[in-house]
Design a protein around this ligand. Structure first.
Ligand SMILES: *[C@@H]1O[C@H](CO)[C@@H](O)[C@H](O)[C@H]1NC(C)=O
Ligand SMILES: *[C@@H]1O[C@H](CO)[C@@H](O)[C@H](O)[C@H]1NC(C)=O
Length: 129
């Protein structure tokens, strides 16, 4: 038989792991250092020292703010699977280079804010067609 102390230990152990599993499943759909609201279709990754656009931004996202970070270049791989994004703000980064076809996958894009960057090179066909 388990003595009560061991039993309490075992239950705490179970509780810890189920809570951890729950937390992981809740956060699995949102990249680290971002805040995601499925109801508002909005993802914000603001002032988090990010060097690139995070991976794993959920497909429901319509408003995407990756502002106030340290991003220096963006390319087509930055926005994979984000067909629903209509508003994209990348303001206040250090973007100096925008590769060809960067925004090609953003089929719903209507508003793009690249203000307060250091744009030097915008490759041909970078903008949405
Ligand atoms: C985009 O939005 C539509 C309608 O809400 C949804 O059915 C679709 O799955 C979304 N796309 C992605 C990649 O999640
Ligand atoms: C998205 O962009 C539209 C116009 O381009 C604007 O009216 C709307 O307020 C924006 N939404 C958000 C959440 O920024």
């Amino acid at each position: 038989m388990l003595d009560p102390d061991r039993c309490v230990f075992f239950l705490s152990f179970l509780f810890f792991f189920s809570s951890a599993a729950l937390l992981c499943s809740v956060h699995a759909s949102c990249p680290p250092r971002c805040e995601c609201s499925e109801a508002a279709h909005t993802v914000k990754c603001v002032s988090k020292d990010l060097r690139s656009v995070p991976e794993g931004i959920p497909g429901y996202t319509r408003n995407l703010f990756v502002t106030g970070n340290q991003i220096s270049r963006i390319g087509p791989e930055s926005f994979r699977g984000l067909e629903n994004v209509t508003n994209l703000s990348l303001s206040n980064n250090r973007i100096s280079e925008v590769e060809s076809n960067t925004f090609a996958g953003l089929r719903s894009l209507r508003s793009l804010d690249l203000s307060n960057n250091q744009l030097a090179i915008i490759h041909p066909e970078a903008s949405p067609s």
